[in-house]
Design a protein around this ligand. Structure first.
Ligand SMILES: [Zn+2]
Length: 252
């Protein structure tokens, strides 16, 4: 059903990134990137809809330091469905999910839409970035977005990344159907303690109200696996943004 696939692809990519693929020509989106005159410092000038990238006071990513230890609800991960496809959207590779995977935090359910990668990590811990990060993008019934960040440091090869990279779409707009049995849970660290704060999308339109959960424990990924990604996406991060009046909590 190529039509259905096309529609889902357009919706997800328009919400969380945008730019290169021809299906995105409508909808008031502009070309953006990570360097030069399309880079992060210019995003607000590229399109009126991107004004929050400059005007926002709750932007992401941030440097995480001085987090307050707090009783936060555990993140209950229920990732069941297989990934559907892997897409090169011109900025990163994004794995789109079929319905059926979600997280629950304090009785609120967020459905997993997609996950994608950046290298190095966008959030930093005490000023230090991880070598790579996976962002799991969820949406609750009230439309709030919740993003779980899984930090990845250089070490052993990662099984899930190996399965995904075997299907790596190397050119912008390329979309590869995933047929392998990929268990997304295998990418998560055992310890699910997390940092929590209210932020934004880290790509235009930089919309705020995003519930960020950055897992404290990193997982491992091999040097070669990082290089396969950075050879295609040499720049994929927005710099850290001012914290302003926000509190960062740490789950105890
Ligand atoms: Zn991201």
């Amino acid at each position: 059903m190529p039509y259905k696939k096309h529609v889902i692809f357009a919706t997800v990519v328009t919400l969380f990134s945008s730019g290169e693929a021809p299906v995105l020509a409508s909808g008031g989106k502009s070309h953006w990137g990570y360097t030069g005159h399309e880079g992060p410092a210019q995003w607000s000038k590229l399109n009126n809809d991107y004004h929050m990238c400059k005007a926002g006071k709750k932007q992401s990513p941030i440097d995480i330091s001085n987090a307050q230890g707090t009783k936060l609800g555990n993140i209950d991960f229920n990732y069941k469905a297989n990934p559907k496809n892997i897409v090169n959207n011109g900025h990163t590779v994004q794995v789109n999910m079929d319905k059926g995977s979600h997280i629950v935090i304090s009785n609120k359910t967020y459905n997993l839409l997609q996950f994608h990668f950046h290298s190095p990590s966008e959030h930093t811990l005490d000023g230090k970035a991880a070598h790579m990060v996976a962002h799991f993008v969820h949406k609750a019934e009230d439309n709030q977005l919740g993003v779980v960040a899984v930090l990845m440091n250089k070490g052993k090869a990662n099984k899930v990344i190996a399965q995904l990279w075997d299907n790596m779409p190397t050119t912008a707009g390329e979309n590869i159907k995933l047929s392998d049995n990929i268990n997304v849970n295998d990418i998560l660290p055992k310890d699910k303690a997390y940092y929590n704060y209210s932020g934004s999308l880290t790509t235009p339109p930089c919309s705020e109200g995003v519930n960020w959960m950055v897992l404290k424990s990193p997982v491992q990924v091999s040097d070669r696996q990082i290089k396969i990604f950075t050879n295609i996406f040499s720049k994929s991060i927005r710099p850290v943004q001012p914290l302003h009046n926000r509190e960062i909590k740490f789950s105890m």
